[in-house]
Design a protein around this ligand. Sequence first.
Ligand SMILES: [Zn+2]
Length: 326
Amino acid sequence: MSDCALDGTCLNTSLPSSTATSNSANVSLSDVSPQDKPWDKHRSFADAVEGLYRGSEFNSYSTRIHFCSELLHFGLVDDDGNALKLKLRSARFCRVRHCPVCQWRRSLMWKAKAYKILPKIIEQYPKHRWLFLTLTQKNVPITELRSTLTDMNRGFQRMSQLKVFPAVGWLRSTEVTRGRDGHAHPHFHCLLMVPPGYFAGQNYIKQSGWVEMWRKSMRLDYNPVLDVQAVKQGGTPMQLIPELLKYCTKESDLVHSREWFLELTRQMNKMRSISTGGVLKEHLKELENEPEDLIGKDDEAKIQDEIALYFGWKRKDQKYRMINSD
Ligand SMILES: [Zn+2]
C-alpha cells in the first residue's frame, strides 16, 4: 500500500488542455479522476448530515459542514512516468466529528499512518503473532450509548490487566452501528499482538475462553457475542487495517433517522474512538488523536508546481465540477 491511497487518484484519462476552457464547468472530478469518485459520495452524505443538524441544538455544526471541502485544489504528480495523478493540495475541512467528509479523511490519514508504522513494529517483533478480536455486548437504546461505551472501556481495561490476557500490545477502535430496531450496537475491533508461544499448549485461548474473559471483565450475566481470528503464521496484520481504522458509524446509519443521529451526537461527544496499549502504544499513540493533516502532505515534493486544478461542490448535481480558473 502506498501513499497513493491517500487520494487514490491515478489519472489515465486525458485532462482538458487548459483549466480555462469554456466548458470546464462541465468537467466533473469523477470523470477526470475515477479514483476520486468517493469525494462525491462523501460530500453528498455531508449535505444530508448538514440538513439533519439544521435547526437543532447543533445548528453551528450545520453551518460548518455546509462550507466543508466546498472547493478542492489539486496539483498533479507524475506517477512513475506512467500517468499523471491528481493530488489534493488544499481544502478547508470543518472537522465536525460526524461530518462524512471529515470522518473519511480522518480514516484515510489513520490508515496511511498505520500502513507506514506497522511494518516497523513487525520488523521489531518478527516472531510475534496477531489476532483480530471483535468484542460486543447486547444492543442498547441510543440514550444509553455513552454509559455503555464507558462500561466497555472499563471492561476492556480490566480484561487487559488479567494475568491470562495474552496480548503484549493492542490497537482498538470503536464502531457504533444502528440496529433494525433503532438500538445502538457498540462494538470494539481490536488488533492484538501476542507472544510467539501463544498457540502452543496451554497458552492458547479458545473462543469460549475469550467469551469467559470478556463476560467477567464486563460483569455481564450472559455470554456476549465475540469473534476472534488469528492472522496465519507468516501472514501480515496489514490486511486488517481497513476494517480497524474505518469510520466510527457508517454514513447510511448516520442519516437514517434525525432523532437517532442527534442523540448519537450527544452521546458520543468527546468520546475517543481509537485507543492503543502495551508495546504498541509508543508506536501508534498518535492515532488516538484527531490528525492535524487531513490533506496528506507526504507526496508534496513530487507535485508539479505550475499546474493547479480547482473543483467546486455543485449541490444540484451532487458532483464536484471543475472551476474556471480565469
Ligand atoms: Zn467536514
